[in-house]
Design a protein around this ligand. Sequence first.
Ligand code: UT7
Length: 321
Amino acid sequence: MTIKIIGTGIGLPSREFSNDELIELTGLDSSNEWIVSKSGIDSRYLCVTETLTDLATAAAEQALADAGLGAKEIDYILIGTLGGEYCSPSLACAVAERIGATSPAVDLNAGCVGFIYCLDTAAALISAGRAKNVLIIGAEKMSAHSDWTDRGTCVLFGDGAAACVVTAGTMLKYIQIRSAPDTQVLNIPEDMSGNWPLAGPKPADTFVHMDGPAVFKRAVTMVGREVQDALTATGLAPEEIDFYLLHQANRRIIDSAIKRLEQSPDRFPMNIQRHGNVSGASIPLLLHQLRVEGKVEPGQTHLLCAFGSGMTVGTCLWVWE
Ligand code: UT7
């Protein structure tokens, strides 16, 4: 296929909160033991003074420096996000303004699969000759969407951004994005009534609502099926994948994939312990961290799979160039 990644970068809030600190701050009826045993999360980064534009801009600048490109050499900016400071303009436009880019800039809302949806769009733009270099970013300020009185959801999420610069290459061997629409199992209501005098009732709140056990079951099934589809389509055996970069939503979902594929846990790197679920930023954040640790080498095969509200799902397989 038509792309390769030539630069990565991340942007994180300065404050990291342990489970105990979070419980103390919010007064939640919870415990470190429950959160760790149910999700695998020890701590997460949450914005205190930073905006999502700050995080996404930091990630973008780091990825551009890594790629050796200036903002004017970017032909398209795509951000997988639930949204930034404004309903309009997009977070992508806010980042373009900050880095001094003048390319098209647009957000894609695909829940936690935003990064893979952006990658698919970037591949299409590059293969169609519409762009040479595309900046893709996963960026989420989940602290703004969480209900800090709902112990079943708020402890799971973190804030952060991660960026990749994508250009023409031969790295991508398989990419598949899909949806299995169900708007009720995981959603964030939006107040669309404004001050229109004849508007219907406002939603009770605009926070994350999730049927955790239902999402968990679907995620396990989806990841199993999508990973198998990618292996079948590429003719690869599970042991030929060097790293499975799976969405970091719950350690137990990743553990179920390890068990099903009968592979060493070393092939399933995780950052959920320190970041929680950073939605669309979770996989590119993990990729950047592996690169910084010197674990990513040319010729390695990586299989990425994410699921999220929609429900959306996306899978890709690449051989790192
Ligand atoms: O990227 C978005 C996709 N999201 C996901 O993938 C999340 C998928 N779901 C999950 O990860 C899990 O369902 C959770 C971690 C959210 C919950 O784990 P669970 O094993 O499904 O627990 P549960 O929701 O069935 O709750 C079990 C108990 C309940 O108490 P009762 O009714 O048994 O008395 C909850 O009220 O745990 C209680 N509980 C908590 N207790 C302490 C829920 N949250 C907490 C908490 N601390 N933070």
